[in-house]
Design a protein around this ligand. Sequence first.
Ligand SMILES: Cc1ccc(Nc2c(-c3ccc(O)cc3)nc3c(C)cccn23)cc1
Length: 109
Amino acid sequence: KKYQQELKFCESVLAELMKPKYSAVSYPFVSPVDPVALNIPSYLTIIKKPMDFGTIEKNLKNGAYQSAKDFYKDAQLVFGNCYKFNPEGDAVNKMGHQLEEIFEKLWDE
Ligand SMILES: Cc1ccc(Nc2c(-c3ccc(O)cc3)nc3c(C)cccn23)cc1
């Protein structure tokens, strides 16, 4: 029961985060980083565990998460990867910080 409610909460946070109103800051994070399309061949050597919110949504639907904690860990990975690859001050780094702020507010609701 508790597990079901936890995952329902994760789904609601994700649904909100993926809404069009946040697309200006979420678009780099809603689907897997494509190193070819973005011309960043170094990405997969720098980022050991790529993650994005589209993959998180898939995992959630496939029952890949044992708890809200596992969901939260993958969300943190999206932001951590962003800050590792995109230097402080870069546009995408700033978008990561903005989206993380939105995420944390939804998480603490
Ligand atoms: C030359 C260059 C430099 C930086 C980027 N970053 C970047 C990323 C990105 C997102 C998450 C992440 O962990 C790493 C990268 N997503 C984008 C998008 C969607 C458009 C433009 C830039 N983007 C792309 C190319």
